[in-house]
Design a protein around this ligand. Structure first.
Ligand SMILES: *Cc1c(COP(=O)(O)O)cnc(C)c1O
Length: 475
């Protein structure tokens, strides 16, 4: 016991630290000891005469805490109780178990991703998905890249580089992040030719814009916004007719791209790739991890000649997907072969179609335990709320749902700080719980809660908000 910190070697020989070496490796432990000793020296210096005793035990415990913090993954599972089913910041679609299994199998072993088992020759990775996508969309051919943003970039670059692309002013969209149609056009090497106005675009607007430099006509699905009132857009069949009369390809970026008509599950209709192909669209791009419910991917389906040109573009090589995602996507696409069981098997569809009454029952079931855990700190009630699909899917359609609405106790003046502190405490749980703050309450929308037991098991660790006067601790 001394005021002077021990040496690194002395700490390394301590019994408790030897255990850490076996877990974390010697170099990492030695670094943690140096950090801890430096912190101890700083504390000694600043504390002047009244310094804390620097015991070997105290240093060893500090080293253990540092290593534990460091060893924790940065990417962690969370409870998505935001009410946004496809939350981009929380990783979008949850994969069905068959897809998880397929990814595991592909990860552990060598697979014939680009290898023809019959001939023993080199194969094409698109082949694994092509037959399924042909069946599900009616397209001649299909290819897959990293995400739909990549699919759009690749399609434009392949078909429109150094030439003009005609697009309605009502569809000059920003998807979020840096993805804006005009920027993507520029990066793809295309010249954007805007036609029509924000609210109204006619067939003749497109027709008048066609010239010797036109490469293609494009349509972008308004997936994350809606233009209402005095509006006019041109339907796919008319645009396809126009494009084909001028021997131009017609490309549609569908965004979400669910493969089946959602009305069979009581959800609003979203156009499907199959509908667009049938209407004469030559190339359709859509996401793998939005309403389709698979892994992140960008799918391109359409005329064989166009898909083959896309495959020959060197950018395709830069944007391709790996065996894990092909495995997951194949497994998810296979589920679509059996629409009757899809809503039970595909998490995105199961969550989207949960009945409000069932979510309410779940909320009532959880209410007592959550109220007990927050006794003295907050009032908990079951409240009606609205969930949404998210990720720019079905933007104007809200799904009626139920939440646990948590109102912190205490005087009104600090209500905002208190509800923020409560939200932070939920995020600090071993499996962070992410809710939504609104009107001074924290809402935990239960639409996407599958692991009820997991949520209940960690309620005891909900720490009271720091700095708040406390009557009783967590229950
Ligand atoms: C979401 C979306 C994209 C981007 O798709 P990612 O798979 O997120 O890259 C592109 N276009 C539209 C219309 C979209 O809705």
């Amino acid at each position: 016991m001394s005021l002077r910190p021990p040496s690194v070697d002395v700490v390394l020989r301590h019994d408790a630290v030897a255990v850490l070496v076996a877990q974390h490796g010697r170099p990492r432990v030695a670094d943690a000891i140096r950090e801890e000793l430096q912190a101890a020296r700083t504390a000694l210096g600043s504390a002047g005469g009244g310094a804390q005793l620097v015991t070997l035990e105290r240093i060893a415990a500090g080293v253990g805490a540092r290593l534990q913090e460091f060893a924790r993954s940065s990417l962690r599972p969370v409870f998505n109780l935001t009410g946004v089913v496809l939350h981009t910041n929380l990783g979008r679609a949850l994969l069905p178990e068959v897809a998880v299994q397929a990814m595991q199998d592909a990860a552990r072993q060598a697979v014939n991703i680009e290898f023809e088992l019959d001939s023993g020759k080199r194969g094409d990775r698109d082949r694994h998905l092509e037959a399924l996508l042909q069946r599900l969309t009616g397209a001649e051919q299909a290819t897959v890249v990293n995400n739909n943003a990549a699919a759009v970039l690749l399609a434009l670059n392949t078909l429109g580089q150094r030439r003009e692309v005609i697009l309605s002013r009502g569809e000059l969209i920003e998807i979020g992040g840096e993805f804006r149609m005009p920027e993507i056009m520029k990066r793809a090497g295309c010249k954007l030719v805007e036609v029509g106005t924000t609210n109204r675009t006619h067939l003749k607007d497109y027709e008048q814009a066609i010239g010797p430099k036109t490469a293609l006509i494009m349509k972008v699905h308004p997936s994350n916004y809606e233009i209402r009132g005095f509006t006019k857009t041109v339907d796919e069949a008319s645009l396809a007719g126009l494009a084909h009369r001028h021997a131009l390809p017609f490309v549609s970026d569908l965004g979400s791209g669910t493969l089946l008509d959602l009305r069979q599950w009581g959800l609003p209709h979203e156009p499907t790739p199959a509908e667009l192909i049938k209407a004469g669209v030559d190339l359709v791009t859509f996401s793998g991890d939005k309403l389709l419910g698979g892994p992140q991917a960008g799918l391109l389906v359409g005329r064989g000649e166009l898909i083959e040109r896309i495959r020959r573009n060197p950018l395709k090589r830069a944007l391709r997907v790996d065996k894990l995602r092909i495995a997951a996507l194949e497994a998810v696409l296979r589920l679509y072969e059996d629409p009757e069981r899809l809503a039970q098997r595909l998490p995105i569809l199961r969550h989207m179609t949960r009945k409000p009454a069932e979510i309410e029952t779940q909320a009532q079931r959880l209410l007592p335990a959550v109220a007990r855990a927050l006794a003295g700190q907050a009032r908990v009630a079951v409240a009606n709320c609205e969930s949404e699909a998210g990720s720019g899917s079905l933007p104007s359609d809200l799904l009626s749902s139920f939440a646990l609405a948590i109102t912190p106790e205490g005087d009104k003046r600090k209500a905002t700080a208190r509800v923020d502190a409560l939200a932070r405490a939920c995020r600090a749980l071993p499996v962070p719980v992410i809710g939504r703050v609104r009107d001074g309450k924290l809402y935990l929308d239960l639409r996407c809660l599958d692991d009820e037991a997991g949520l209940l098991a960690q309620l005891g660790e909900l720490k009271p908000a720091p700095g708040e006067p406390q009557g009783s601790g967590p229950g």
